[in-house]
Design a protein around this ligand. Structure first.
Ligand code: AMP
Ligand code: GLY
Length: 423
């Protein structure tokens, strides 16, 4: 069968790589894809901001299955458009994607369904901010309501700073329309966990959990990014915790959406803080995480295609996934300057040597290919991912491969999974 993956990042490279392993997949397309994906799939240009362009492309290619990677096409309603034409598409509808698109919607939904989350206030004006602030202790988390590509969350050290940040968001100066409503939130402490499940609208089946590293610098310093690395191990959550997360978070979300008339199908990404008071929801994403998907799919031993079809057809079960007990680690190699301004077009060397390291797969995020050479095109350039029975060995292999690769200005974190290794 023919499969089309929409998107162009490391997550989509991992999806293409895994789907291509399915014995039933004969053709794999990726739109728009990137330099690395082009070596494994047929890449087609498309504007992911344009529903008509995506419909036209799918009509032309005639895929038997479409898998949507990023949030933008999901929040525009690409699944609604495709499904109404009878094209099997993996991902939530526009209405279901509200859980990611609007933090205020997500917070009120969580409260309605008594799912644990930080205390919060939703504010549409500075007057509301000033009324709410006395109810919070510093530090205070200030969040833009809408999609802001990782730039919409500020941890303010004082009420005064929180008021200033909220003011900049509300005026549209900081993150445009995404900040015209803000959510103030209690600051939570603990380990963050990315807990992803598949849903078929009724049932959920968990993937193995992962931990992202969101800050640009070692020791979680510097500004937030899309994610600088991630790891997944068998022990990151035990069976008891996984069942708790399914029963108290993932399943109530899907059941709550259904009770409100919205079927949640596809991947539900629960961004959690494991606090002393128990796990709490920080955010939802309506899609696979990037870079979490890279180590998660490295550990998947069963056929991803089968699980996706089970979700679309409403017959999902835990049995759709079989996992390796190995650990997997992804180290993101970024352009110098990211997450701020950076230069693109740098030649990437050493990819062949990196690929020879045992257990390593280099997923491309922001690359292009020209005359057999690869060049940087984005902030996050590569996701060097390694698998091994022990986490320490997976980390060692990933960094051995990273050290083979060179491009001007390259930056990567040296401490991916370091905290887990210390424990
Ligand atoms: P979000 O987009 O809501 O996941 O926020 C981005 C990042 O900000 C999270 O990954 C956390 O590191 C941090 N963050 C968000 N909300 C909170 C909170 N209530 N307490 C502490 N840190 C938070
Ligand atoms: N790695 C975080 C995200 O995908 O949103």
């Amino acid at each position: 069968m023919k499969v089309l993956v929409l998107g162009s990042g490391g997550r989509e490279h991992a999806l293409v790589w895994k789907l291509a392993q399915s014995p039933r997949v004969t053709n794999i397309y990726c739109a728009p894809g990137n330099g690395g994906i082009a070596a494994e799939a047929e890449c087609c240009a498309v504007d992911l901001k344009s529903l008509p362009a995506m419909v036209e492309l799918a009509q032309r290619l005639g895929p038997d299955l479409i898998v949507v990677g990023p949030e933008l096409p999901l929040t525009l309603g690409v699944v609604d458009e495709f499904s109404k034409r009878g094209w099997p598409t993996f991902g939530p509808s526009k209405a279901a994607a509200q859980l990611e698109l609007s933090k205020s919607f997500a917070k009120e939904f969580l409260q309605r369904h008594r799912i644990p989350t930080a205390h919060y206030a939703i504010c549409d004006s500075m007057a509301e901010v000033r009324d709410a602030l006395p109810h919070f202790h510093a530090p205070i988390v200030v969040k833009a309501d809408g999609l802001a590509a990782g730039k919409g969350v500020v941890i303010a050290a004082s009420r005064e700073e929180a008021a200033t940040v909220a003011g900049e968001m509300l005026s549209g100066k900081m993150v445009g329309d995404a900040g015209l409503r803000v959510v103030l939130e209690e600051f939570l402490e603990g380990d963050e966990l990315s807990f992803l499940v598949f849903s078929d609208g009724e049932r959920v089946a968990p993937l193995v959990a992962a931990q992202d590293h969101k800050r640009i610098g070692d020791g979680d310093s510097g500004p937030n990014t899309g994610g600088m690395g991630a790891y997944s191990t068998q022990t990151i959550v035990d069976d008891q915790m996984r069942d708790w997360l399914v029963h108290h978070i993932a399943r109530p979300v899907v059941e709550g959406m259904k009770a409100e008339g919205v079927e949640y199908k596809g991947v539900l990404y629960c961004g959690l803080m494991m606090t002393a008071r128990g796990p709490m929801v920080l955010e939802f994403n309506c899609r696979f995480g990037d870079p979490e998907t890279q180590p998660i799919l490295m550990r998947l031993e069963s056929d991803l295609l089968e699980a996706i079809e089970a979700s679309i057809e409403g017959r999902l079960s835990d049995g759709d996934f079989r996992w390796s007990s190995d650990a997997a680690v992804c180290v993101v190699m970024a352009s110098g300057g990211y997450p701020g301004a950076y230069e693109a077009g740098k030649k990437i060397r050493g990819l062949d040597d990196a690929a020879k390291v045992e257990g390593v797969k280099v997923f491309h995020a922001g690359t292009s290919r020209r005359d057999g050479d690869y060049y940087t095109t984005g902030g996050r350039v590569l996701g060097v991912t390694a698998r091994a029975p022990e986490l320490a060995d997976a980390v060692e292999r990933a960094y051995e491969a990273v050290r083979c690769i060179r491009f001007e200005g390259v930056h990567y974190r040296q401490d991916i999974a370091a905290r887990a290794l210390k424990k």
